[in-house]
Design a protein. Structure first.
Lengths: 138, 501
């Protein structure tokens, strides 16, 4: 499951994610992170069964945790199935189906936004999920 | 066997013709053999759907009252060329909007018109006795125009070189986003479905021949601009009536960092009249090769990294420098297939008549580079030749003194041999002073990754480096990596005095 962790750095530069890994023993994959002098946001991927544990420990350390509400969305009426997005996606979200139709596997997406930027048809956007995750993902 | 175009047309009329797509042909020939395939197959259809920048349309707006000789013309703020009589214009697909820049252009105007949307025409004139009016603004639909004739100077490229990028920064090109360090390969073209790849000697594709153009029955005018058959890059000029076009087969697009372009569906039927045609139309993706060009080199003669076939490109991966690199197509193969299928249907229904060219297209030509009689400024023309540099082991204070004395903000750091190893700026020194740490000598604070230029480099290319990297100076180095000059933002001012009179 993917979670967005936000934390303030005002209280000091605590290695929060490293601390959680150490305390819980759960291996956390940081897929995207943006950290500046005052705050930070990281998109992490963890095994589903460890979700509650990791969330609890993150919260204890002062981070706030939420499930990503947005997802990469393809406007089928605009997409021409060129495939410009395929090779530039760091997560291999896009592939061709057997009939050369673009297949989007949104669950792998880390919302880096690169494909939105470069789609020649402007067919990709970041939209709220149609069905919000129940119980915060775990 | 004597097969004639008249016989093929007769069979089409009688509903007995065998029309197949170029994708089906390799298997047919493999199964039946060439002789039998020649007897069975009457027409092979082709198709492509990709970005074709060299496209546009002629319009005739009709006369206003009082009449105006439109000299400056805009359609939805996209300028069209008005130097044609009084109410004619040519709108180019890549022309950018005066107000919306990259997000809207000539291609979008064309798509909007075909999609039934209203477009604002604005025109200016100096006024004459016969055309007194000076300004005009009106909203127009496609049906309000007397003519809207698409005429694309260069479409249907036989094939197009693939692209990659050896530099360490991302490039945004008309070949899409190119990741650093050869991180991806992009390509364009439908390979075995491409019209000219199925008729490389242009025996059947020539002036007057039927073509599917953006959903309309159109026509090949003749050779396209930059037609270069000698190097395997033939092109076609094609035309069609915009009023009959279909937005499913024409799409405006924006290539980030490059600009506006137009995706067009183009397909041409090829009559199968002899064995040479059977062989040509049995072409496979494995047989069509292109170079992977390094777009990291900002020069006309960009080096080729390797040769690859369309089969490799379409597989999703190519091997580059021993690594599997993912590929992206910029054209749509699914749409190209749709076009070839539609051409097949249109041939069977006689919407696209199969005919012979009224004039053959030249097969010897090779596109020439531009003859430039005035060389643009090069770095050596404007660089500072007096270079104040510093050694790695010198104290930071010495660097500060040198910067002050030299009235410069950049100090190249050189070894004893004179080789460039780093650069120190006033910013680096300020930082070292503001946050005193362990740093004591130049080596501790210098930037080791230096972006450089050479004396022969065009100033425009060097300026691009300054802009892209958000820096204000470039050390000018020779082939031994010795600093022989500095190019700073200040030097660029000299351009105005000497070059841009």
């Amino acid at each position: 499951v993917k979670l967005i962790v936000t934390f303030s750095r005002k209280a000091g530069r605590k290695p929060i994610i490293a601390q959680v890994v150490k305390d819980t023993g759960v291996l956390i994959n940081v897929e995207r992170a943006l950290i500046d002098s005052s705050e930070g946001e990281a998109l992490i991927d963890i095994p589903d069964e460890s979700c509650a544990l990791v969330k609890k420990r993150l919260a204890e350390l002062g981070a706030s945790v939420r499930v990503p509400e947005e997802v990469i969305t393809l406007d089928e009426s605009r997409c021409i199935d060129c495939g410009a997005c395929i090779s530039i996606c760091p997560q291999e979200v896009f592939t061709f189906g057997g009939d050369w139709k673009l297949v989007v596997r949104g669950e792998k997406c880390v919302l880096c936004g690169r494909c939105i930027d470069i789609c020649p048809q402007g067919a990709l956007s970041q939209k709220e999920k149609a069905e919000p995750n129940s119980s915060q993902g775990c | 066997m004597d097969k004639t175009i008249a016989r093929i047309r007769e069979r089409i009329r009688d509903g007995n013709a065998t029309v197949v797509t170029a994708e089906e042909m390799p298997a047919i020939v493999a199964e039946l053999g060439e002789e039998q395939a020649l007897r069975e197959v009457d027409v092979v259809t082709t198709g492509t759907f990709g970005a074709m920048c060299s496209s546009g349309a002629f319009f005739n707006f009709g006369h206003a009252d009082p009449p105006i000789k439109m000299e400056k013309i805009w359609l939805n703020d996209v300028e069209a060329y008005g130097g044609l009589a009084s109410v004619d214009a040519y709108l180019g697909a890549t022309q950018k909007s005066a107000t919306r820049e990259e997000s809207y252009g000539g291609a979008h105007v064309i798509e909007d018109l075909i999609g039934g949307k209203s477009v604002e025409l604005r025109a200016l004139s100096t006024g004459t006795d016969c055309y007194p009016r000076r300004t005009l603004t009106t909203d127009l639909l496609l049906e309000n125009l007397n003519q809207a004739i698409m005429l694309n100077p260069r479409n249907g490229y036989q094939r197009y070189n693939a692209a990659s990028n050896s530099t360490d920064r991302t490039l945004y090109t008309y070949m899409g986003m190119l990741l650093p360090n050869g991180g991806n390969v992009t390509y364009s073209g439908s390979g075995l479905l491409n019209p000219i790849s199925n008729d490389p000697r242009l025996r059947w594709i020539g002036s007057g021949v039927s073509a599917f153009l953006a959903g309309a029955p159109g026509m090949v005018v003749g050779e396209g601009t930059q037609h270069s058959p000698a190097s395997g890059f033939s092109t076609l000029m094609v035309t069609g009536d915009m009023k009959a076009m279909n937005p499913d087969y024409l799409r405006a697009a924006t290539m980030k960092g490059y600009g506006v372009t137009l995706y067009i569906g183009l397909g041409i039927p090829i009559p199968v009249l002899d064995l040479e045609t059977v062989r040509a139309t049995a072409v496979r993706d494995e047989d069509i090769f292109v170079d992977v060009i390094d777009y990291g080199i900002p020069s006309r003669s960009r080096p080729s990294l390797k040769k690859v076939s369309y089969a490799e490109l379409k597989s999703g991966f190519v091997e580059l420098n021993g690594e599997e690199v993912r590929t992206s197509s910029l054209s749509s193969y699914r749409k190209a297939r749709e076009v070839a299928q539609l051409v097949k249907f249109w041939v069977e229904k006689e919407i696209l008549p199969v005919c012979l060219p009224t004039r053959r297209i030249d097969l010897q030509k090779s596109a020439m580079p531009l003859r430039e009689t005035v060389q643009g400024p090069r770095v050596l023309d404007i660089m500072d030749r007096v270079v104040i540099s510093i050694g790695e082991d010198e104290e930071i204070r010495t660097a500060a003194t040198k910067l002050l004395k030299g009235e410069t903000n950049h100090l190249p750091v050189v070894e004893e041999s004179g080789r460039l190893v780093g650069i120190v700026t006033t910013y680096d020194i300020s930082k070292a002073v503001a946050k005193p740490g362990k740093a004591s000598v130049v080596r501790d604070i210098m930037k080791k990754r230096v972006i450089t230029t050479t004396p022969e480099e065009a100033v425009d290319v060097a300026v691009r480096k300054l802009e892209k990297n958000n820096i204000s100076a470039l050390p000018v180095i020779d082939s031994e990596h010795h600093v022989i000059g500095m190019l700073t933002a200040n030097n660029l001012g000299r351009l105005f005095g000497r070059w841009l009179k």
